[in-house]
Design a protein around this ligand. Sequence first.
Ligand SMILES: NC(=O)c1ccc[n+]([C@@H]2O[C@H](COP(=O)([O-])OP(=O)(O)OC[C@H]3O[C@@H](n4cnc5c(N)ncnc54)[C@H](OP(=O)(O)O)[C@@H]3O)[C@@H](O)[C@H]2O)c1
Length: 254
Amino acid sequence: MTAALFALADRVACVTGASSGIGRAIAGAFARAGAAVVGVARREAKLRDWVAESEAAGGRAAACALDLADGSAVAGAAARLSAPFGAPDILVNAAGINLRESADAVTPESWQETLEINLSVPFFLARALVPAMRDRGWGRVINIASLQSERAMPNSIAYGASKGGVAQLTRAMAEAWSRDGIACNALAPGFFPTELTAPVFENEAAVARNAAQTCIGRNGRDDDLVGPAIFLASPASDYVTGQVLFVDGGFTAK
Ligand SMILES: NC(=O)c1ccc[n+]([C@@H]2O[C@H](COP(=O)([O-])OP(=O)(O)OC[C@H]3O[C@@H](n4cnc5c(N)ncnc54)[C@H](OP(=O)(O)O)[C@@H]3O)[C@@H](O)[C@H]2O)c1
């Protein structure tokens, strides 16, 4: 009974950002949990690495090298993403960027680039994959929000705006698609060491300050997201939609 609630066997998942960090951790965990996983990112070599690692662990994984900044590639992505294992039942929108510019340094181009990858792509990619989920009467969209969906931080005005948008996008997706059996939720990680946060983790004082702000007393580790991601991808969360689940060690509770 409990195992069935959290089962991902026979599911097909698409995870963007699978070449690195949080996306890679979730993509690997889904493959280990029995899903067939299509990983999306630009860097082919890193995707191949993830596929090899997943297959060595007995999982099914396929790489799809795609620049998500290319709008036409996103619009036509459904066929490519469905080619390896069939149409995805689960979409995790984990690709993201933070250009770390001060408010004074942001340009229209850098603003647009951030909003495109972090906010527009999750919507348009989901919309491309929703028809097949709707036909099946079951689906999952999992967005990746942030502490900055709720908190302002330095040198991140475009990123913060995009992540505030992701929280609301998640609720709007739920309103649009939940009646078709498609639950739409977001994970909001605290501070996790990845390529994106390398500049923060190079600063020992900032690492300690962020850890001290949590209730648990430490920053995140990749595996901390695995349970929540499997929960939101599996039948265990059938009546959960439109929610932002903070996986932040209690950072936002204080
Ligand atoms: N790390 C944290 O503490 C933290 C906290 C809160 C939220 N988040 C969010 O978690 C998500 C993952 O971030 P991360 O920390 O794991 O960072 P990361 O290690 O830098 O991973 C970012 C991923 O996005 C992909 N990506 C970026 N631009 C792309 C594009 N144009 N086309 C296709 N793929 C693209 C990258 O792949 P390629 O470079 O190979 O294309 C990479 O796989 C992001 O949405 C981020 O905002 C992270």
